[in-house]
Structures are given as C-alpha cells and as structure tokens.
Ligand binder design. Sequence first.
Ligand SMILES: Cc1cc2nc3c(=O)[nH]c(=O)nc-3n(C[C@H](O)[C@H](O)[C@H](O)COP(=O)(O)OP(=O)(O)OC[C@H]3O[C@@H](n4cnc5c(N)ncnc54)[C@H](O)[C@@H]3O)c2cc1C
Length: 461
Amino acid sequence: MLYAYRVRMKLEEARRLNPYGCFDVVVAGGGTAGAVAAIAAARNGVKTLLVEQFGFLGGSGSAALVVPMMPNHVGGMPLVRGISREIQQRLLEMGCAAIDKNGNEGWFNPEALKFVLEEMVLEAGGRILYFTFVEDVIMDGDELRGIVIANKSGRQAVFSKIVVDSTGDGDVAALAGVPFESGRKEDGVSQPMSLRFMVGNVNIEKLAVFLVENDSRSYVDPPLIEFAMVPGGGWPLEKYFNEGVEEGILEDSDMAYFQAFSVPGMPGVIAFNCPRIIGNFKGFNADHLTEAAIQGRRRISRLFKFLRKKIPGFENSYLAMTAQMVGVRESRRIIGEYVLSAQDYFNAKKFEDAVSRNRYPIDIHLPTSHLPGERKLGPEEYHEIPFRSLIPLRVENLIVACRALSASFEAHAAVRIQPNMRAIGQAAGVAAALCVKKGVRPRQLDGKELRETLIQQGAYL
Ligand SMILES: Cc1cc2nc3c(=O)[nH]c(=O)nc-3n(C[C@H](O)[C@H](O)[C@H](O)COP(=O)(O)OP(=O)(O)OC[C@H]3O[C@@H](n4cnc5c(N)ncnc54)[C@H](O)[C@@H]3O)c2cc1C
C-alpha cells in the first residue's frame, strides 16, 4: 500500500518558534540505528544532537526488550562489525553479553545497553536530548532544514544541515512528504507486533534439564538457553501448550508464536519474544499501539500463569517486566533511490555503495505469506544493502537510517534485524558528517567514497 502525506512547517513559521539550537546533524530517535548514527556522526567531528522520546537509548533493543541480536554470519564471522562490535565488546566487559557455541556474538542485556550507548554518544562528543518527541519538520521547498520538537520545555525548533531519521517508523520522512509503503503488496497487512516481557527467579538448571529431556530443538548451554514453539511445526513443546488451552489457562491465539531466551548478566531471567499481537496494526497509529499494549498484557498474564503451572523451573518465578515499547516489526517503508527487493536477496546482490551485508533469512511472521522461488542463502553467501536505500525520494538533506529504509516487504523482512540496523546507523552518521564537511546533499554523496570511509572506520564491506 502506497501512502504520502504532507504536514510541513515552513521555514518562516519555524523561525517564530523558540529555537533549541542549530546543529550540523540531528538524529531523530535514539534506538538501534539512531544511537549508532549519533556516535558515528559525532566521532567524525560534526556538531550532533540525538533526540529521543524516552529517557534512555536503545529503542527496540532496550525499550521493546528485543534480545538477542539475530546471527548474521559468514564463515563463523559476523558480517556486521564496526561500532556494533564495539558495543558488544563493552557489554562483554560488563558481563552483560555472551557468545554462544554457534558463534553468535549477539546475546546482550537490554538494561546494560542503555548505559553503553549513552556513554558512547557522550564520549564521541554528541549531545542527547531525552523525553522529547519529534512532531514536525521544517521545510524550505523540498529542503529539510530541521525538526520541531515537543517536551516539558514546550515546542521548539531545531535547525540542522542534515537530519537522520532513525525513528523506526520513518516519522520525519513521512512528515516531510516522502512517499512510503506499509504492509505486503496484496493487502497491506503488516508483520505482527509483539509485546515482549521478562520473567525472573527462574530455576535455570531445572529448566535446562526439562528442555534437554523434552525439547530436542532447544539450545541449552546454561546460562544460555533458547526454546520456542510455533503451532503446527512439530515443535516438542506444543503438547504442553495444547494442555494449557484445554485447561483454560491459555487462549488458542496465545500459542501463535512463542520463543524465549536467557539474558546475560541477569541470572534466573528469561526474556520472551511473544506474545504475538493479533490484528493488522500499524506502528504509526497511536490507537493501534494502545490496543496492542492492552492485548499484549492480557496475553502475558495468561502466558505467565501457563509457565508457572506447566514448565518446570518457572514454579517460583515472577513477572519482572513488560516492555515499555510495543515491538513493531514493520510499519512504514520509505520509497528511496533504490528499493531493495527479494530478488536482490535471492541473487546475493552486491552494490558499489554498500553499507551493510546480510545473510539473515527473509523472516515473515505471517503464516499466509509465501515467496515464489524462496531459498535461504548458502553458508558463504550474503547480499548487500546500498546507501541509496537510505536516501528518500523528493526530500533533500534527509537520510533514513532505521527499519523504515527503502525495501520491499519481503526484503525488509530479512534486513530489519539489529546488526543491519546498527550498520546502517553507522553509515548514516558517517554519510551525514561527510555531507556537512563537503557541503553536499546526501543524494550527491559518492557512495563508493562513503564505503571506503566506513571500511577505514571498522566496517566490514
Ligand atoms: C517483536 C520483535 C522481535 C524481534 N526479534 C529480533 C531478534 O531476535 N533479533 C534481532 O536482531 N532483531 C529482532 N527484531 C528486529 C529489530 O529489533 C528491529 O527491527 C530494530 O531494532 C529496529 O531498529 P530501529 O533503529 O529501526 O528502531 P528502534 O530501535 O525501535 O528505534 C527507534 C527509536 O526512535 C524513538 N522514536 C520513535 N519515534 C520518535 C519520535 N517521533 N520522536 C522521538 N523519538 C522517537 C524510539 O523511542 C526509539 O528509541 C525484532 C523486532 C520485533 C519488533
């Protein structure tokens, strides 16, 4: 489904607002990609402001409790390096990350992530503005000149040479009039949301014994544990869920998707990648988000009862936390200079202006979605994401570095994982700094030069 709307504040009007300041680069949204974008821009010597609606950084990785990062490897080595690996290294030093037996370096602690990202932005010389919502854009024709923010201090104008939209939902891009799509082509249905949660005081040893004896598909290497159940897929735990439904503890739809992980640095805690929210909800609709949060908490209360009653190790557990942020897998996808496609994925396509490398599969959580010619990439294969997928049509001085990048529904389902978001965040920060220094627009920036600069700064491209 194609959307476009324009709610633009003109430059003259913005000049009448209280000014917050003038910056080289403003990053809207301090989440997975945005925090990294701010670190990268500030390290490259430009005056950088990071604006975030919550009082901490990390976005989906902290506020939505999305742990761990999914593996994105070739030959046992991560395809995404650079700042992402620095983050993991710092978390490891705090005892708040782990590397599993399969070589996945992506296990992390969502609370520790807040501390690490904040220090890294500040150390780089970036400025952070928390508790602040980006609510409008400042336009001069098709030139984006900044954003309008709202917070306890009121409504203020932030002027900037380059804006990086890392809101996850492409809020800045949509406000500026960038065309976007949402959902799959045939019916506009988006990937389902989830409201994630964490349970404490789990007897991990007892759970591990139960999983080894009853769930051949689980990953058990205490303290690292992963287990899952998807109905109809032959998952060993399904019989326990069926009992839960028969006994009236669970509703049928609570079973739609279930996945759980241990959390480094939080002994006895298990984090859940569920419950799935049923309905075609959009991450850019406040009513949908509200309904998802309410539906999610109702499902969590049933799932928690089920765990305590049916899964050994959970008998004395407590509900530690439900996520502050509803987990949104897919909402807006901007139309950019290049729309990454499923064919690019299947053909393991490479680009001169590549900013990230991916071999994570096309992961669509809608049971009715099927891809013609579907295949997973081989162990040594990967495809790339071009910088042009971060450059929106129609609007100048804007880089979209978040899951709202320009990709088809299917390609998006592969690249949306956190390692790629961190990589495109780093690329956007470096690109924004290069634009400021050279006095060019992002659309005019030489993608090959950007790639070379990223390689010099630790990216694997
Ligand atoms: C349920 C679920 C499970 C997932 N599982 C995995 C997984 O296991 N592993 C994995 O690697 N990936 C997983 N993903 C994907 C991945 O977590 C996300 O795609 C990725 O983190 C998105 O990063 P982002 O930077 O685009 O957005 P986010 O990390 O969500 O950051 C957006 C930031 O912008 C802020 N913001 C938004 N709007 C505004 C505004 N108007 N003003 C100010 N601030 C604003 C938000 O508060 C947030 O901090 C999952 C996603 C979901 C939803």
